[in-house]
Design a protein around this ligand. Structure first.
Ligand code: CP
Length: 306
């Protein structure tokens, strides 16, 4: 039963609950018109303390396409946060107005704190370098739709695996399905945090770490590219040194299998050149579309509408 629940970490939901969300997302995709009024009278609040294009606008589009309405802020300085209001108080207030809240915050754990004070469902829309569970819902629905399965896959994660919160959520989620393995491709400075690897070890999941994308690409079913997260670096020199460390050139793509798919949570910077976009294996814009549908399904479930 997902009604009234929060989504803070992708592990908050069981595999069966994730499946329910994907089933509903597919139903919405096939009969979108039938859902155009189901959220009539419902209000989503989007509280974005950090910049966003996809997550905020896909949540807002999702609610509007379901017949509901949206309030919120994307610039925290325009809210009373700038006067020193706490997250707890902000959430208690927003809960008096809205039926559901999507919150992005630069501090790890902030949406969790919010959920502890909220009378309505809180969805973590990204907390610092920690987790991004609705991106993972997007990624899983994309993989399931294109590959037909969430099991028996060789997944390569490439780029900034230290600060890239989407990768942390994706690894946690995909390691629950049978016989998936991971190739973690990053420079030494941007390796996956130990707490993520500890979980893989605990579950006995097969993974390896390498710096070399070129050598790894040929064995992958999925290549999940990520941007080097400039905003989380402590000094600019390190960022400049590392920012273009992986560029998915045509030459590298020629070493990949014909059925490998390339995903990216976006925004991209230089890591995937525009010339790759026309390659049929480039699926990151399809992924964007799935993101809106899966957020429609998620909100319906948390609101107890379907
Ligand atoms: N994928 C993602 O979280 O994009 P935004 O930062 O634009 O929301």
């Amino acid at each position: 039963m997902l009604k009234g629940r929060h989504l803070i970490d992708i592990m908050d939901f069981s595999i069966e609950e994730l499946d329910e969300i994907f089933k509903l997302a597919n139903e919405i995709i096939s009969k979108e018109k039938d859902f155009s009024k189901v959220c009539d009278g419902k209000l989503l609040a989007t509280l974005f303390y950090e910049p966003s294009t996809r997550t905020r606008l896909s949540f807002e589009s999702a609610m509007i396409r379901l017949g509901g309405k949206v309030v919120g802020f994307s610039e925290p300085n325009s809210s009373s946060v700038s006067k020193g209001e706490s997250i707890a108080d902000t959430i208690r207030v927003i809960g008096c107005y809205a039926d559901i809240i999507a919150m992005r915050h630069p501090k790890e754990g902030a949406p969790k704190i919010a959920s502890m004070y909220s009378t309505v469902p809180v969805i973590n829309a990204g907390d610092g370098g920690h987790q991004h569970p609705t991106q993972t819902l997007t990624d899983l629905l994309t993989i399931k739709s294109i590959k037909g399965t969430l099991s028996n896959l060789k997944i390569g994660c490439c780029g900034d695996l230290k600060f890239g919160r989407t990768v942390h959520s994706l690894i946690n989620a995909m390691s629950r399905y049978e016989n998936n393995s991971f190739t973690l491709i990053s420079p030494e400075e941007l390796k996956v945090p130990d707490y993520v690897k500890k979980e893989l070890n605990r579950k006995g999941v097969n993974y390896s770490e390498t710096k070399n994308l070129e050598d790894a690409i040929g064995s992958l079913d999925i290549l999940y590219m990520t941007r080097v997260q400039k905003e989380r670096f402590f000094n600019e020199e390190d960022y400049i040194r590392l920012k273009d460390i992986y560029i998915l050139s045509k030459d590298k793509m020629s070493k990949a299998g014909k059925d490998m798919i390339v995903l990216h949570p976006l925004p991209r910077v230089n890591e995937i050149p525009y010339e790759i976009d026309s390659d049929p294996r480039a699926c990151y814009f399809k992924q964007v579309k799935y993101g809106m549908y899966v957020r429609m399904a998620l909100m319906l479930k948390l609101l107890g509408i379907r």
